[in-house]
Design a protein around this ligand. Structure first.
Ligand code: ADP
Length: 615
């Protein structure tokens, strides 16, 4: 797997490299063609200028020999070639004309080739007396052509020149030749340039004009004896040594004419060639441009383009890489978000389920609470009935005793009245009334206790409730020998409560306290009430054994009792607790520092209403 991947990578790299090479080569080739075309255009312009200047220079002088040949002094001279006066006159005339025309030399040749007069007659290398019959311009002018032109290096002056020859005719006879030699050095100078080579070659392919001297009088390719003999015959290059230029020349596939040779320093040279033929003179004007700068430019352009492309590719790659990383990061973030959302929805559904379960539980609990409350109400009632039963047993004794006493008093009163002791009888009847009142009060409380409590809360005087409870438990207190201390302060303490139910609570607390202190030698019970802020506190303190630590947390639980069976149901404190809670109050218990248990009732205080309080 890994190897296949590596192979694929290598194959890809090779393919990419091949593509780069092919594209690079194509671009290089295209750039070369473009720069070569520019080079060629430049060469063509240079060629046009060079050819025009050369052609102009030649054409300026072309007709002049014919004009001069018609001059009388010239014609006279060829008729009398030995006449010194004519020679002098012709010399002077020719010098003057040459200066005027700007020609290098003007001279008259006799029909045998001897120079009769010349513009340079007074110069060291004067042509006068010289014979140039070997020159083509001479025999061409005398021959059928009727005009001669020739390029050559002067045999006398050793200066390059172009010669125009015209026959000197007198009465239809050709007696001599009129020759004008023009100097071509000036033209060479106007072609001076470091960038291009401008050369002019003769029919033998020998360079005779060049804007750079190194190629002058050098032949392209080897000089065969054939070629050399033709040059020697005309003595075109006098005694100058003809050199050789080794070269190859071909037209490349794009149509550029390329010439390759070796420089003086041995370095390979390549030239782009533009050329034009000058048929009149049988010359070839050639402009050679070094291709090196064009090739360097093409290579540089390709390198620059390649570099730019590479840079762009690199930037593109970096951007692509960044985008990819960003996309990856976004994908990771998206995945994290998705996961979070999934978790949230999962959690939400869990919470919804938990919520539903909770709601069910609440409903169930409410139902249970309702049931409990119902049961509690019933139990309260049952508790009350039980207390009533307990009390009625005790009360029957309470009632029976005064009833028996009242009966005795009544019988005694009867007897006393019969005996006329009315004062004593009256006293007995008073005692009977007192007992009846007491029994009436007890029966009223019992009625109240047995009745289902009034649900409505209203201001209740704490003192009254305590007094009622005290009265209810009077016989019990008296029997057990308990001393009860009540301290409610100066101000009446009024609480918001239900009088009967509060009384029930107090009766319960006091009964428990009486039970607790049963075994004590001195039995003391204290009821202390006071106002604390907007609450009223009532403390019930006994000097019993107090409450064991283990019992304390469960003391308000229903059916919790430490008493033996038949003596306590364990409902008293539980009912009390609920009653006090219904009053928006609190009930608590602690062991008093001085010993014994202390129950504290805390009830909302109310404004005292005298009428109600009295009731
Ligand atoms: P019961 O009196 O029927 O047992 P209660 O609810 O009234 O039911 O009392 C619960 C228990 O609290 C009692 O059995 C007793 O152990 C304890 N208790 C109540 N009051 C006192 C007190 N003043 N001193 C000590 N223990 C008490």
């Amino acid at each position: 797997m890994q190897r296949t991947r590596l192979f694929q990578l290598a194959l890809g790299a090779v393919a990419a490299l091949a593509l780069v090479v092919v594209l690079g080569w194509l671009a290089w080739h295209r750039a070369t063609v473009v720069y070569f075309t520019q080079l060629h255009d430049r060469g063509q312009n240079t060629l046009n200028l060079a050819e025009a200047s050369l052609r102009g220079q030649l054409s300026r002088f072309e007709r002049l020999p014919h004009l001069l040949a018609d001059q009388r002094v010239i014609r006279s001279l060829v008729l009398a070639p030995r006449d010194p006066d004519l020679v002098v006159a012709a010399n002077l005339y020719l010098r003057e004309t040459a200066e005027m025309l700007g020609a290098s030399d003007i001279y008259v040749m006799y029909r045998d080739g001897e120079t009769l007069a010349a513009s340079n007659f007074d110069q060291p290398h004067s042509f006068v007396g010289g014979n140039f019959a070997f020159r083509p311009y001479f025999f061409d002018a005398l021959g059928t052509k009727g005009a001669g032109r020739f390029y050559a290096l002067g045999t006398t002056s050793n200066k390059r020149g172009y010669y125009f020859g015209a026959p000197i005719e007198v009465a239809g006879q050709r007696h001599g030749v009129m020759v004008i030699k023009i100097d071509l050095d000036e033209i060479e100078q106007t072609w001076a340039s470091d960038e291009v080579r401008i050369i002019v070659t003769d029919p033998e392919n020998i360079v005779f004009l060049s804007n750079r001297p190194d190629w002058l009088f050098r032949s392209f390719g080897p000089l065969t004896t054939d070629r050399l003999s033709r040059t020697v015959q005309t003595r075109r290059y006098a005694n100058a040594e003809i050199g050789q230029i080794d070269y190859t020349r071909d037209t490349d596939p794009d149509g550029f004419d390329l010439l390759r040779t070796t420089g003086n320093d041995g370095a390979a040279l390549e030239y782009l060639v533009a050329y034009a033929k000058m048929p009149d003179a049988e010359w070839m004007v050639q402009v050679l441009l070094n291709t090196r700068p064009a090739r360097v430019q093409a290579a540089s352009a390709v390198a620059l383009a390649g570099f730019s492309l590479g840079l762009m590719a690199l930037i593109g790659f970096i951007l692509w890489q960044r985008r990819r990383q960003l996309a990856e990061r976004l994908a990771v973030q998206q995945a994290a978000r998705d996961e979070l959302e999934a978790r949230v929805s999962q959690r939400t559904s869990q919470l919804a389920a938990a919520n539903a379960a909770l709601r069910d539980e609440v409903t169930e609990r409410r139902a249970t609470e309702d049931r409990l409350r119902q049961t509690q109400t019933e139990l309260v009632q049952a508790g009350k009935l039980a207390a009533l039963g307990q009390m009625s047993a005790a009360l029957s004794h309470e009632f029976n005793q005064p009833l028996a006493a009242a009966r005795n008093y009544a019988e005694n009163a009867q007897l006393l009245l019969d005996r006329g002791r009315s004062a004593e009888a009256h006293d007995n009847i008073g005692r009977i009334l007192g007992m009846i009142d007491r029994m009436g009060r007890i029966s009223r409380h019992l009625r109240n206790f047995a009745r289902k409590p009034h649900q409505q809360l209203r201001p209740v005087d704490l003192g009254d409730v305590i007094a009622d409870a005290q009265e209810l438990l009077g016989w019990q207190l008296a029997r057990s020998g308990v001393t009860l201390h009540v301290d409610l302060g100066q101000e009446p303490l009024v609480v918001t409560a239900g009088a009967v139910r509060l009384q029930q609570v107090l009766v319960n607390l006091l009964s428990n306290a009486i039970d607790a202190i049963e075994g004590q030698e001195i039995k003391t019970l204290r009821l202390v009430g006071c106002r604390v802020g907007d609450m009223v506190e009532l403390r019930v303190h006994d000097n019993g054994p107090g409450i064991v630590d283990a019992v304390q947390p469960r003391i308000f639980d229903p059916f919790f009792s430490t008493k033996e069976v038949g003596k306590g149901l364990g409902l008293g404190l539980s009912i009390s607790y609920n009653i006090i809670r219904d009053f928006h109050g609190r009930i608590s218990v602690r062991n008093h520092p001085d010993g014994g248990a202390e129950f504290t009732l805390c009830l909302p205080a109310a404004q005292p209403l005298p009428a109600q309080a009295a009731q």
